[in-house]
Design a protein around this ligand. Structure first.
Ligand code: A3P
Length: 302
């Protein structure tokens, strides 16, 4: 099935999820060809839920440094997205990914767990899934699309809400995406780490510590580790990251036809209150209760 999504762009439904044509091809390549290694760390997320932030964090935690590298590299250049940069139409080569490298590969994907499971389970690699409350995710997505130059027609918020609620959004339905990883994190907590944008915002340091433990490289308090942890909190913060020239650039990224700056907007919790009206909020909250709360995931309304 095909559905009109935004402007004259259509989304294609495949295996229960919606894709933009350019990523559908990359997605199929990933599922056909990608062979994870047991040492891989895969960051999974629905778009606009904090992917860029987690890319910077995971890279920094694993490499035990961040400041200098993040000053000159966009987080998306440090942690490539499978269906875009590694298997998509605009493939890039990443020299750190040759088979002789001893450190873990950090890879990212927006693919739902329902599709990836056949590939990642046998490899037994670690996965980190970040999510964000649906109203902020939708608001961030809508703003992102509005600012991207590839769409010339206006995209009213009413239409964005309608599509989101019907699940017709790239890599959507959002709710199925989140529930797929959440259920897996309950079944295999030692392999799938589930974290929300809001909890990370609320206490970044504690959650970086938890992430490091999950990844098998805990901060143990000696040899300057505590200082490194403090430095990572700051160097991955929205304020710091969005101040770097490479992340402010309006030049298009090599992997998407979008300015490099598109991945940094406001970086706050609750920004939907500035855009969504009461009716929209009620509609989304009702679906959230039905989909999340009734599955046992008490998240996403506040
Ligand atoms: P807003 O549009 O609400 O500002 P993704 O990386 O998954 O595309 O998500 C983008 C969202 O994360 C945007 O949200 C962006 O501003 C925010 N973001 C980017 N870097 C961040 C950081 N270091 N800390 C917190 N939020 C960040």
């Amino acid at each position: 099935p095909v559905e009109k999504w935004c402007g004259d762009e259509q989304l294609y439904q495949w295996k229960g999820f919606w894709f933009r044509l350019q990523y559908l091809l990359g997605t199929r390549q990933v599922l056909d060809k990608f062979k994870p290694l047991p040492s891989d760390v895969i960051l999974a997320s629905f778009p606009k839920t904090g992917t860029t932030w987690l890319k910077a964090l995971l890279y920094s935690i694993i490499n035990r440094s961040s400041g200098a590298c993040l000053r000159s590299n966009h987080p998306h250049m440090l942690v490539p997205t499978l269906e875009v940069q590694l298997y998509g139409a605009q493939q890039q080569s990443f020299s750190t990914f040759d088979s002789t490298s001893s450190s873990s590969r950090i890879l990212a994907t927006h693919l739902p767990h329902q599709l990836l499971a056949d590939a990642v389970k046998p490899a037994d690699c670690r996965m980190v899934y970040v999510t964000r409350n649906p109203k902020d995710t939708l608001t961030s997505f809508w703003q992102f699309v509005l600012k991207s130059r590839s769409y010339e027609e206006p995209w009213p918020l009413e239409m964005a809400v309608e599509k989101f609620c019907n699940g017709v959004v790239p890599f959507g339905p959002y709710y199925d995406h989140v529930l797929g990883y959440w259920k897996e994190s309950l079944e295999r907590p030692e392999k799938v780490f589930f974290i929300t944008y809001e909890e990370l915002k609320d206490d970044t340091k504690t959650h970086i510590r938890r992430l490091a433990e999950f990844l098998g490289c805990p901060f143990n308090g000696d040899g300057g580790e505590e200082e490194i942890l403090d430095e990572i909190v700051i160097s991955c913060s929205f304020e710091k990251l969005s101040s770097h020239e490479v992340n402010r650039s309006i030049e298009h990224s090599p992997w998407m036809r979008l300015p490099m700056s598109s991945f940094f907007r406001k970086g706050e919790v609750g920004d939907h209150r500035n855009y969504l009206n009461n009716e929209m909020v009620e509609r989304i909250d009702t679906i959230t209760v039905q989909k999340f709360h009734e599955s046992g995931l008490m998240y996403g309304v506040n």
